[in-house]
Design a protein around this ligand. Structure first.
Ligand code: URA
Length: 440
């Protein structure tokens, strides 16, 4: 077999066999296929697409390129949830303890921030002492004892994806449905959970900007789950507006705690109840109605917050900081951003809000950048709110004063005002599973 022939085959619209796909992935990971040939193959896939059978074979080959975690030492059904990336999306911090409090098992491997989107591991590491890497035995023990643990994804999970992702990033081949689906699902399959819930974000703050593209991605990933014998459900949710009121690592931890204590913004609380209900349903804890009641109950009776405290303590974090959130990464500099005009906030460029938060220090400019955990944006107004000129729309937080001006300019650029109220999109736009597909 020759890579050159396979590139030409894909370029001309041919269908790659599982043997050919295995050959490509094995030899690319070993270094026998150079980046320039793989780039040509990625571009051919970008333009020609892949059949479901090719995407499934690509996912399997990538999942098998490294360790495949065996979660069988953890008792019960292990569930996992994956978001395709958003702004202000701190749902994992909330739903993992919710699921644990209701008797489910969630052994979660998460990532760091990517581009304008935040990452669960960065948020958790803002808690002093919190360990996001540990031995498998420790990880299994914590999940068995507490129901939930969240660790960073090790480099040995799907190394083919790591290499391919870096190449896609610099060859204009990120936005391809078979490539995104195989990238995400290879990591999910290798991480070992029995059932998978996908939160596919769509809108101006997501990788998938349009609903039809998000639905196509969701369908592709549910089909991969089916092919691989892992029950998978996908929800398509709105990312035309940041989720909740806080963007930035410590600010998001504080907001997550507020939801876990039975408060928090309505949109964030609503989506967490929904996601946790699906995870409990996938864990066979009852009907969807029963699972929804359980999800609401663990927030109102304080058991989800206790479960979060247990998880933090078990992973070495200092739980005392959770008692007085005013002392948890207070920012040295805070500045309000005021409305420049009267009118409705008709649109927020959510990606722009994420970039502004990153400029304040919440995200990385280079791989070596040090995060400022106190940095971020507290939104006092969101899409659909009416403001008078001079009203505070948001407060910017940082420890680096020099970032305030560029971040403020970038944030203001992300806002659009108008005379009439915009149509509000629902938070959940579609649900896709093997049994059903509903556009809501
Ligand atoms: N997240 C991933 O893990 N991979 C992609 O290709 C896009 C988002």
């Amino acid at each position: 077999m020759r890579m050159l022939d396979l590139i030409e085959k894909k370029r001309d619209g041919g269908v790659l066999t599982p043997e050919e796909i295995n050959f490509i992935i094995r030899r690319y990971v070993s270094g026998a296929i150079p980046d320039y040939q793989m780039s040509a193959m990625l571009m051919a896939i970008f333009f020609q697409g892949m059949l479901a059978s090719e995407t499934a074979a690509l996912t399997q080959a990538m999942a098998q390129s490294g360790d495949q975690v065996d979660l069988s030492p953890i008792q019960g059904i292990k569930v996992d949830k994956h978001s395709t990336g958003g702004v202000g999306d701190k749902t994992t911090l909330i739903i993992a303890p919710m699921v644990a409090a209701a008797g489910g098992k969630i052994a979660k491997m998460s990532g760091r921030g990517l581009g304008h989107t935040g990452g669960t591991i960065d948020k958790l590491e803002s808690i002093p002492g919190f360990q996001t890497s540990m031995t498998r035995e420790q990880f299994f023990r914590i999940v068995n004892e507490n129901g939930a643990a969240i660790i960073g994804q090790s480099g040995s999970i799907a190394p083919a994806d790591k290499k391919l992702y870096a190449l896609r990033d610099v060859t204009g081949t990120i936005n391809s449905i078979p490539l995104i689906a195989s990238s995400i699902m290879s990591k999910k399959l290798a991480s070992g959970s029995d059932r998978i819930l996908l939160d596919v974000k769509t809108g101006n703050g997501a990788f998938m900007k349009t609903l039809p593209d998000a639905v196509a991605l969701a369908r592709t990933m549910v089909a991969i789950g089916r092919h691989s014998g892992r029950k998978t459900i996908a929800l398509v949710t709105n990312m035309d507006v940041p989720l909740g009121n806080c963007i930035g690592n410590a600010l998001e931890v504080k907001e997550a705690i507020s939801v876990l204590q039975g408060h928090g913004p309505r949109d964030l609380r609503g989506i967490c109840i929904l996601l946790a209900s699906y995870l409990l349903y996938l864990s066979e804890k009852g009907s969807m109605d029963d699972c929804r009641r359980m999800a609401e109950q663990v927030l109102s009776d304080g058991s989800a917050f206790s479960s979060f405290q247990n998880m933090v303590a078990a992973q070495g974090g200092d739980v005392s900081v959770l008692d007085d959130l005013d002392t948890f990464h207070p920012s040295a500099y805070q500045t309000p951003v005021c409305a420049p005009t009267d009118g409705y906030l008709t649109e927020m460029d959510t990606q722009g809000c994420g970039v502004a938060s990153s400029l304040l220090g919440a995200g990385r400019e280079t791989k070596e950048s040090r995060l400022d955990y106190s940095a971020g944006i507290f939104l006092k107004k969101k899409t659909g709110d009416f403001v008078h000129r001079g009203d505070v729309i948001a407060v910017l937080h940082t420890s680096r004063e020099e970032t305030l001006k560029p971040a403020r300019d970038r944030f203001l650029q992300a806002l659009t005002f108008g005379a009439s109220a915009p149509l509000q999109k629902p938070l959940v736009l579609a649900q896709i599973s093997d049994e059903s597909e509903d556009c809501l």
